[in-house]
Design a protein around this ligand. Structure first.
Ligand SMILES: *Cc1c(COP(=O)(O)O)cnc(C)c1O
Length: 234
């Protein structure tokens, strides 16, 4: 499984290079998106130094959490149902996919119960795609104050899943829009809200996202190869 190490290193180099081209001078964190891939593959990258993994299903995250070293930082990047919050609340470093006040309230409730503060991002559907979860830019601006007021939650920034496109340049405008939205929110000076994190960019477009200010990219396929959903943990 040495190919995993070389693919991871190649992505890391591309992240570093894109970062040096970015006019925003940000640091960008690479999240290795390991969904559908077995724990042994994550362990290969762990032994190589990778500590940051992203999963989009609660059960899969929990199963891998149980068998892998405890100093891994787990990022929940997929749609989250309220009744599943309790299973991950003490396991995740950050939840990227908060898309309603009701979900934020549930996270808050569980976080308080576990006496911890959970870092969250608000998911924005910047391209307005029908099939995608997430707030519209207008909704997120209106809802940030109510979410920020909840106990046990720290609003750290925004996340978006850009459209699937052949040419990454087509998504540049959406990434720029998410960044501008984070600036607009910052200017409101809301207590308990920082906009330090912009989670945007995947295998097909992460370099463009970094050039537009991404501080976290979520890369799966370029590191692990294509996903086989038939093998997926249910
Ligand atoms: C699967 C997934 C990714 C990674 O996608 P790749 O194109 O394989 O890099 C990133 N973000 C989210 C939310 C995902 O579900």
């Amino acid at each position: 499984m040495n190919y995993l190490i070389s693919q991871y290193d190649a992505v890391k180099t591309r992240v570093d290079n894109a970062q040096s081209r970015s006019p925003y001078g940000q640091q960008c964190t690479l999240i290795a998106v390991s969904k559908t891939h077995p724990a042994q593959e994550l362990k290969v990258l762990y032994d190589h130094g990778c500590r940051i993994f992203g999963e989009n299903k609660v059960q899969e995250l929990v199963e891998k959490y149980e068998v892998l070293p405890k100093d891994i930082q787990w990022h929940l990047i997929g749609h989250l149902q309220r009744n599943k919050v309790k299973y991950i609340i003490d396991k995740v470093e950050m939840i990227h996919s908060v898309d309603s006040l009701r979900l934020a309230e549930e996270i808050s409730k569980e976080a308080v119960k576990h006496q911890r503060t959970v870092k969250i991002l608000l998911e924005v559907n910047v391209a307005g795609e029908e099939s995608k979860f997430g707030y519209t830019p207008e909704e997120v601006l209106a809802e940030v104050p109510s979410i920020a007021a909840l106990d046990g939650i720290e609003v750290c920034g925004l996340m978006t899943i850009a459209p699937f496109v052949e040419n990454a340049e087509e998504n540049r405008g959406f990434f720029a829009k998410l960044r501008q939205l984070s600036v607009d929110i910052m200017q409101k000076n809301i207590d308990n809200v920082s906009m330090n994190v912009l989670s945007m960019g995947m295998t097909g477009d992460f370099e463009v996202a970094i050039e537009e200010g991404a501080t976290m990219v979520r890369v799966g396929t370029a590191i692990f190869g294509a996903r086989d959903y038939s093998q997926r943990v249910k």
